[in-house]
Design a protein around this ligand. Structure first.
Ligand SMILES: Nc1nc2c(ncn2[C@@H]2O[C@H](COP(=O)(O)OP(=O)(O)OP(=O)(O)O)[C@@H](O)[C@H]2O)c(=O)[nH]1
Ligand SMILES: [Mg+2]
Length: 347
C-alpha cells in the first residue's frame, strides 16, 4: 500500500468524521450597524451557507442588505440611524433585548461582524454579545477600528472595544489605519471593501473548519477552548506558491492588521491552511512550523487544513492570534489601574 493511498484514506476518514458533527453545530453570523451589515451581505454573495442576521438602526441601509433575518432597532431611532450616538445605539438594543434573545435560542457559536466608530455598531454590539453569551453561545466578534483621523470616532471606538471585550469570548480586531499602509492608493470605499472581505474571509474560514470536510480537522472542543478565552485577537493572512511556505508566512507576519504588533505576546494561535491538491504535506508542515516558531513555547496552537482543488500548487494561510497585547489597550488598562490606586489612597 502506498503512502498516498494511506493519506487518501485518512482524508476520507476525516471527511466521515466531519459529517458526523456537521449537523450538530448551530452557528449564526450577525452583522451590526452599517459596516457589519455590509460585511454579511458580502459573505452571502461569496456563498456563506449558515444563517445570517442583519441588525441596524437604519431602515434604508437594512433594505439593501442581504441576510436571512433583519432586525430594525427602532426604539429611539425611528429607523433613521443613531446619528453617531453610542448611547442611542446601546439603548435601542436594550429595548429590543427580547427579540434579540430569541435569535440565539439553541445557537452554539455566534459570530458578530461590526465596524466601530458609529453609534450602532459601537453601542449595540456589547449588548448583543452579552445576550448571546447569556444564552450559552460562544461569541466571537470581529471588528474594525476607525481611522485615527476620525478623531471623535476613534475615541468612541476605544470605549466600545473595551465593553465588547467584556462581553465576547474573543474579539478579533482589524485597524483601518493598517489599510493605509497596505492599499494606500485605493479610494476609501474600495479600501472598506478590502476590510469587509477580510472579515468575511475570516468568519467563513472558521465556518469551513467546523462544517466542511477537511484534510486536517480542527477538533471542535479544542477550538472552543482556544476561543473561549481568546480575549483580544487578530489575524494574519498570506498566500503564495507552496514551494516556499516560509515566504508566505514571513509576508503575512510583515503585514499585520493592527499597529505596533508584537507577536511574541500572543497566547495562542489557530492556523488554517487551504491548499491545492498538488501541495505536498511537507509544505503544510513547514508553514505550521514557521508560524509556531514566532509564538511563545507554551502557546496553545490548533491546526486545520483543507484541500481546495482550484488552488493548484498554491496555498493560503490564515492565522488567528489570540490573547494579543496592543499598546493603546495596555496603556488604558494601566491608567485604569493607577486611577483605582489613587481612589484607594484618597479613601
Ligand atoms: N469595513 C467597513 N467599514 C466601514 C464601512 N463604512 C464605514 N466603515 C467604518 O465603520 C465605522 C462605523 O461606521 P458605520 O458602520 O456606518 O456606523 P454604524 O454602526 O452604522 O453607526 P451609525 O450610522 O452612527 O448609527 C466608520 O467609522 C468607518 O471607519 C464599510 O462599508 N466597510
Ligand atoms: Mg449606520
Amino acid at each position: 500500500m502506498s503512502i498516498e493511498s494511506l493519506i487518501r484514506r485518512a482524508s476520507a476518514y476525516s471527511m466521515l468524521e466531519k459529517n458526523l458533527y456537521e449537523d450538530r453545530v448551530n452557528v449564526v453570523v450577525v452583522g451590526v450597524g452599517g459596516a457589519g451589515c455590509n460585511a454579511i451581505t458580502r459573505m452571502k454573495k461569496l456563498g456563506l451557507e449558515v444563517p445570517t442576521i442583519a441588525i441596524n438602526t437604519d431602515i434604508n441601509h437594512l433594505s439593501v442588505v442581504e441576510a436571512d433575518k433583519k432586525i430594525l432597532l427602532k426604539a429611539g431611532t425611528r429607523g433613521l440611524g443613531s446619528g453617531g450616538q453610542v448611547e442611542i445605539g446601546e439603548k435601542s438594543a436594550i429595548i429590543a433585548r427580547e427579540e434579540i434573545r430569541r435569535l440565539f435560542d439553541g445557537i452554539e457559536i455566534v459570530f458578530i461582524a461590526t465596524g466601530l466608530g458609529g453609534g450602532t455598531g459601537t453601542g449595540a454590539t456589547p449588548v448583543i454579545s452579552d445576550i448571546a453569551r447569556r444564552e450559552g453561545a460562544l461569541v466571537i466578534t470581529i471588528l474594525t477600528m476607525p481611522f485615527k483621523v476620525e478623531r471623535a470616532r476613534f475615541q468612541r471606538s476605544r470605549e466600545g472595544l473595551k465593553r465588547i471585550m467584556k462581553h465576547s469570548n474573543t474579539v478579533i480586531i482589524l485597524e483601518n489605519d493598517k489599510l493605509m499602509e497596505i492599499v494606500p492608493n485605493l479610494p476609501i470605499n474600495k479600501a472598506f471593501m478590502v476590510m469587509d472581505q477580510l472579515m468575511s474571509y475570516t468568519i467563513m474560514s472558521f465556518i469551513d473548519m467546523i462544517t466542511k470536510p477537511s484534510l486536517m480537522n480542527v477538533d471542535l472542543s479544542d477550538l472552543r477552548t482556544l476561543m473561549e478565552h481568546g480575549e483580544l485577537s487578530t489575524i494574519l493572512i498570506g498566500e503564495g506558491s507552496s514551494t516556499d511556505p516560509r515566504k508566505i508566512v514571513v509576508d503575512a507576519l510583515n503585514r499585520p492588521f493592527v499597529m505596533d504588533m508584537d507577536y511574541s505576546t500572543a497566547s495562542g494561535g489557530l492556523i488554517h491552511i487551504t491548499a491545492g491538491d498538488s501541495v505536498p504535506l511537507s509544505s503544510v508542515y513547514s508553514a505550521v512550523d514557521a508560524i509556531s516558531s514566532f509564538l511563545k513555547d507554551n502557546s496553545n496552537i490548533i491546526v486545520g487544513a483543507r484541500i481546495a482543488p482550484e488552488f493548484d500548487d498554491r496555498m493560503r494561510i490564515l492565522v488567528v492570534l489570540t490573547g494579543i497585547k496592543i499598546p493603546f489597550i495596555q496603556e488604558e488598562r494601566l491608567i485604569e489601574e493607577r486611577s483605582r490606586e489613587e481612589i484607594y489612597k484618597i479613601r
